[in-house]
Write a protein that binds this ligand. Structure first.
Ligand SMILES: NC(=O)c1ccc[n+]([C@@H]2O[C@H](COP(=O)([O-])OP(=O)(O)OC[C@H]3O[C@@H](n4cnc5c(N)ncnc54)[C@H](OP(=O)(O)O)[C@@H]3O)[C@@H](O)[C@H]2O)c1
Length: 692
């Protein structure tokens, strides 16, 4: 990871607009509002209520609901909207653990906003934090190298230089992360960008050393003068930096020698990776290992533990919820191992849900195992001379996979906590893993394949872990990624985060818009000028084929068109995937709730027809030469003659024209509904041919 300087643009002359500002209590947003008003904008501020969350803060949703109502009211009252600033993350500070009052209020507030977004467009949505990400040490020169390399078209030299300096500068020198709790908002923002592209979330971390006035100036600059493509920014002094991912060469193999008279703790120790890590620890000389989990070992785990004990190690299984500080302390004490010298935090769970609909309780549970667990381990061991403190994070926190908002939030917290610890002189490493092949379950493999993650061998993962510990790294991504596949999952976009990746240079050589253009033109052209029935049929066939592919069937696999997609095997992730595919095919964004709101093939096709009507009537009919391809897939009408040209799209064109002239269009809605509700009567051949 590195931070590259990004250029400021001259602020565009501001057309007066409206900003919704969810203001912090510290005054940064207030000063920002002064600046925006001086630019001629109107600002609607929503203050934090500052309500103390209930005794169990994870269960108190009332505040989030109030925020949602306030934002919705502000949105309907004013137009046009220029954007929204979510500033509550600026109040997240001490104590730096998760579930501090400021952190809970900010995360719940953003969750509430995510729920409002599908109903009313509030984007672009700026999410501001302060001191939530680490920028510094070898990071910035890294970025300079990458830029130089691009200019000189000599990436290899730059990579070698970077690797040499990495080795020289290790351990990483990072600036303080005072508010790791706010980093959870970064994970949420990244996922929100995938789930609700219309919201176009942008993240900006303000300088923790800056004054209120300086921070407000930084935020104002980010809002008005930074390249609009940049979506992950850090302001430090007068520098504005954009987050970039770089590939580094794997370090030479290291072999750690662990102390036989010390204790080593593995949370999630009975899980897929936990047991593999325990075996690796013992292979490196550990003789006292504690495995923490809430459950007891199953048959397979017991067998592997017995094998470790046969090698001379003592393995204690401690039952505790890592999110419960007292229980964790007690369990470690009860294990009766020598003083700890190493901690591997691999406890965690994921919960699949769109942020727009995720209840706070579910969100908090995911944060509890990973983030609260990490913080509790930090609290319990901060005075012990550890050799390593490793947290198992995930690339999902960085790339932001749809449906994994709480998981991304928890992993982003781990990354920030590593920097927080390191800045205090404590060992820390957060590894954002890709997909391990170890005991890979089919559902995970399928999800990985969809987003471009290629499973890597356990031995490779452990070797990377060992090398990173030996090098004193603080944060690293270890993943095997099929980047073209990943970009496909993103709809062809190359986000700034990935711009400096050597692997993507060639893909980036083609302008991003070319992907969309290539994808959308033939399909939309083939739809223009069709009769209502043809349009409905073609769209239903296309949706059916795409839904089949999303489920892993061939395109021609016949799915019942009136049955609920969720009864046919869809879940929230697959619903996201279907939406993404349709967005790619039609070259436009659809709300995250698309499949939830229109949960059958027939209803989805009908909705697409109404969404696309305006565009279809504005688009010229496909030239004659393109038509035979389409016609071949569609049986001729019974009469054998051509269909009437007065299709739904054409009628919509007329209706739009009439509306412009303020002429009433009697019966328009009724006719449209009738046409669109007509059941698709396509023979199966349409699906096989992938009609549109
Ligand atoms: N496997 C991968 O490819 C991969 C990729 C990226 C990141 N990671 C991360 O690596 C870590 C390990 O992954 P894994 O594949 O081994 O997962 P796993 O097989 O699901 O194991 C996770 C373990 O965590 C324990 N756990 C969950 N919540 C807990 C809590 N509140 N307190 C105590 N223990 C808890 C579970 O045991 P109990 O239910 O018995 O408590 C389980 O044994 C996770 O943090 C995961 O996010 C894994």
């Amino acid at each position: 990871m590195s931070w590259a300087p990004v250029a400021s643009e001259a602020p565009a002359p501001a057309a007066a607009g409206t900003w919704i500002v969810l203001a912090d209590a510290g005054g940064i947003c207030e000063a920002l509002v002064d600046r925006l008003r001086a630019d001629g904008h109107t600002c609607v501020c929503i203050a934090r209520t500052g309500d103390t969350p209930g005794e169990d803060s994870r269960e108190n949703n009332a505040q989030a609901e109030a925020i949602a109502a306030a934002v919705a009211a502000a949105r309907t009252a004013l137009a046009p909207l220029t954007g929204t600033v979510f500033g509550w993350g600026l109040d997240v500070a001490a104590p730096p653990g998760p579930f501090s009052p400021g952190q809970v209020e900010a995360a719940r507030g953003l969750l509430a906003l995510a729920g409002v977004l599908p109903a009313c467009s509030l984007g672009p949505l700026w999410i501001a934090t302060r001191g939530a990400v680490a920028v510094g040490g070898s990071d910035v020169p890294d970025a300079r190298d990458a830029r130089d390399a691009r200019d000189a078209r000599d990436a290899r030299d730059a990579r070698d230089a970077r690797d040499a300096r990495d080795a020289r500068d290790a351990p990483d020198a990072l600036d303080a992360v005072d508010a790791p709790g706010a980093a959870a908002l970064w994970g949420m923002g990244r996922v929100l960008g995938r789930e609700q592209p219309d919201a176009a979330p942008r993240l900006v971390d303000l300088d923790p050393a800056g004054s209120v006035v300086a921070n407000a100036a930084q935020l104002h600059r980010a809002l008005t003068a930074i390249d609009r493509g940049e979506d992950q920014l850090a302001a430090r002094g007068d520098r504005m930096l954009g987050l970039r991912l770089h590939r580094t060469r794997a370090d030479r193999a290291h072999t750690l020698a662990l102390a036989a008279d010390a204790g080593y703790l593995v949370t999630g120790g009975l899980g897929r990776l936990g047991l593999a890590v325990a075996e690796w620890l013992v292979a490196r000389g550990a003789r006292h290992v504690i495995l923490v989990a809430r459950s007891r070992p199953g048959e397979e785990a017991a067998r592997r533990i017995a094998a470790l004990e046969a090698q001379g190690a003592r393995v204690a299984v401690a039952s505790a919820d890592v999110g419960d500080l007292a229980a964790l302390r007690e369990a470690i004490a009860a294990a009766g191992v020598p003083a700890l010298r190493g901690v591997i935090h691999a406890a965690g769970q994921a919960h699949q849900a769109l942020l727009a609909g995720e209840p706070w309780q579910d969100f908090a549970q995911v944060l509890g195992a990973k983030a609260a667990g990490a913080w509790n381990l930090h609290e319990l061991t901060r005075d012990q001379p550890l050799d390593f403190f490793v947290m198992f994070s995930s690339i999902a926190g960085l790339l932001g996979f749809g449906g994994m908002g709480s998981y991304a939030a928890a992993n982003s917290y781990l990354d920030a906590l590593a920097a927080h610890r390191r800045a205090r002189g404590l060992p820390a490493l957060s590894v954002a893993w890709g997909l391990w092949a170890q005991d890979l379950v089919p559902a995970l493999a399928a999800h990985g394949a969809r987003v471009g993650l290629v499973p890597f061998a356990t031995a490779g993962g452990l070797a990377a872990l060992e090398a990173l510990i030996a090098r004193g790294a603080t944060h690293a991504v270890v993943a095997s990624v099929d980047w073209p596949r990943h970009l496909q999952d993103r709809g062809g976009d190359v986000p700034p985060l990935l711009r400096d990746l050597r692997d993507l240079r060639e893909t980036m050589a083609a302008p991003p818009s070319a992907h969309a253009a290539a994808a959308d033109r033939p399909l939309l052209s083939s739809l223009s000028g069709l009769s209502d029935q043809d349009l409905a049929d073609r769209l239903a066939a296309h949706v059916a084929g795409t839904a089949s592919e999303t489920l892993g069937y061939p395109r021609y696999h016949a799915l019942p068109r009136q049955r609920g997609l969720f009864d046919l095997g869809f879940d929230s992730l697959l619903a996201m995937d279907l939406r993404r595919r349709l967005a790619r095919d039609f070259g436009r964004a659809f709300p995250a709730t698309l499949v939830f709101d229109h949960p059958t093939i027939e209803r989805l096709a009908a909705h697409l027809a109404s969404c696309l009507a305006d565009e279809l009537c504005a688009r010229p009919t496909a030239p004659a030469l393109e038509r035979p391809q389409v016609r071949a897939a569609v049986p001729a009408p019974a009469s054998g003659g051509s269909r009437p040209a007065s299709g739904f799209a054409a009628r919509r064109c007329r209706a739009d024209r009439d509306r412009r002239h303020r002429l009433p269009v009697p019966g328009r809605r009724r006719r449209s509904r009738h046409v669109l509700a007509a059941p698709a009567r396509r023979p199966r051949r349409d699906l096989r041919d992938g009609a549109v």
